[in-house]
Design a protein around this ligand. Structure first.
Ligand code: PMP
Length: 351
C-alpha cells in the first residue's frame, strides 16, 4: 500500500439496492411508492418559478419547515430538513453521537447505520433482535452513547408499540435517541407524540416512501428546539445539505395535499393486507408488516434461487446475503397489477 493510502479513511461502503429503469420491469426492491407524487408536484415542475431558480435557495428552507411544522403541529424551531432522510440521519450521527461509549442499534436493521458509525468514527454495538426478529427494549437500557432504530424496522417490517418506544427513551435521558420513521405512515404509531415530553428524542421521517418523492431527496427531523439548533449548527458548517428551490417547492406541495397522501398510503396498506393473505396461502411466512414491504420466507423454496428466478422475469425484489436472513426476500408493495404479476410468477414457479 502506498503511503498516501495508509491515510485514507477506509469504510465498508453501503450497498444500495439496484436501480435499473426499464419500463416493462416490476421493481419491488427498494421500497419506493408505486404511485406518482401529489398532483401539485407535477404542476410545480411544469411551471417552475424561474426567479427562484435564478436565486440561491433559502438555507433555512423556511417554506418547507413551516409547512411541516403546521402539518405536524409543532413549532418551526422543532423542524430540520435535509437531502433525504439519509442526510438527516448522517447529520444527526455527526451531531449527537460524540461519546466514547458505543451507540446502540439493532443487528438486522437499516444497513447505513454501521456505515455512518464507521465513517464518523463512532463506537457502536449491534444489538441482536430476539428470536422473532423483535427489538427487545430491555437491551437498550444499559450504558451507551446514543441509540438509533427504525420503527417499523427494516427489512423485517415489524413495528414496536409506542409504549415500548417510550420505555427506551425514558431509560436513556442522558443520550439522544433517534427513531427512524421512514415507514411509519403505513400503519405504525409515530413517536412524534413524544417530542414535547422528551428533549433528547429526535424523530426522522422521509418523503421517499409515503409521499412518493424518493427521486427528489427530501427528509426531515422533528425534535426539541435544542436538538434542532444543534443540528442546524452542524448543517451550516457544511455547504452541501441545503435543499434546492425545486425540491423545496415540490416538498411543500406534497405536504399540503393531505387527502392524496391518505389515499395512496391507504391503498398501499390494503394491497399489503391482501398480499399477506395470498402469500400466506402459498406457504410463505413473514413478520407482521406495518411497512410498505413484506419480509418473506418459504420452507420449500430457497430465497436466493427465487430471487434469481424472479430477476430472469424482470421482477426485482431484495435479497440480503447475510446471516440469519439469507433465506428471506424483502418485497416492496407495488400496485395491485404489479403484485398480481408477482403472484402469477410464484404460482408458475411452484407448480
Ligand atoms: N431509514 C430507513 C430505515 C430506510 O429504509 C431508508 C430508505 N432506504 C432511509 C432511512 C433513507 O431514506 P431516504 O434517504 O430516501 O429518505
Amino acid at each position: 500500500m502506498s503511503t498516501w493510502e495508509e491515510n485514507v479513511r477506509k469504510v465498508t461502503p453501503y450497498t444500495p439496492g439496484e436501480q435499473p429503469n426499464r419500463p416493462q420491469m416490476i421493481k419491488l426492491n427498494t421500497n419506493e411508492n408505486p404511485y406518482p407524487p401529489a398532483p401539485g408536484v407535477a404542476k410545480v415542475l411544469r411551471h417552475p418559478d424561474e426567479d427562484a431558480l435564478r436565486r440561491y435557495p433559502d438555507p433555512a428552507a423556511s417554506v418547507l419547515v413551516n409547512a411541516l411544522a403546521e402539518n405536524y403541529h409543532v413549532k418551526p424551531e422543532q423542524v430540520f430538513v435535509g437531502v433525504g432522510s439519509d442526510d438527516v440521519l448522517a447529520m444527526a450521527f455527526m451531531t449527537f453521537f460524540n461519546s466514547e461509549k458505543p451507540i446502540l442499534f439493532p443487528d438486522i436493521s437499516y444497513s447505513f447505520y454501521p456505515v455512518w458509525a464507521e465513517e464518523f468514527r463512532i463506537p457502536h454495538t449491534r444489538v441482536a433482535l430476539d428470536e422473532n426478529f423483535c427489538i427487545r427494549k430491555e437491551d437498550y437500557y444499559g450504558e451507551n452513547g446514543g441509540i438509533v432504530f427504525p420503527n417499523p424496522n427494516a427489512p423485517t417490517a415489524l413495528a414496536m408499540g409506542l409504549d415500548d418506544v417510550e420505555d427506551i427513551i425514558r431509560h436513556n435521558p442522558d443520550v439522544v435517541v433517534i427513531v427512524d420513521e421512514a415507514y411509519v405512515d403505513f400503519g405504525a404509531e409515530s413517536a412524534l407524540k413524544l417530542v414535547e415530553k422528551y428533549e433528547n428524542l429526535l424523530v426522522v421521517q422521509t418523503f421517499s416512501k409515503s409521499r412518493s418523492l424518493a427521486g427528489m431527496r427530501i427528509g426531515f427531523a422533528i425534535g426539541s428546539p435544542k436538538l434542532i439548533k444543534y443540528l442546524n449548527d452542524v448543517k451550516y458548517s457544511f455547504n452541501s445539505y441545503t435543499l434546492n428551490q425545486t425540491s423545496l417547492a415540490c416538498g411543500v406541495e406534497a405536504v399540503k395535499d393531505q387527502a392524496y397522501f391518505n389515499e395512496t398510503r391507504t391503498r398501499i396498506m390494503k394491497t399489503r393486507e391482501h398480499a399477506k393473505e395470498v402469500l400466506g396461502e402459498m406457504g410463505f411466512s413473514f413478520p407482521d408488516s406495518k411497512a410498505n414491504f413484506l419480509f418473506i420466507t418459504h420452507p420449500d423454496y430457497p430465497a436466493k434461487e427465487l430471487f434469481q428466478a424472479l430477476r430472469q422475469k424482470d421482477i426485482y425484489v431484495r435479497y440480503f446475503d447475510q446471516p440469519r436472513i439469507n433465506n428471506y426476500l424483502r418485497v416492496t408493495i407495488g400496485t395491485d397489477e404489479q403484485m398480481e404479476a408477482f403472484y402469477e410468477f410464484l404460482r408458475d414457479y411452484m407448480r
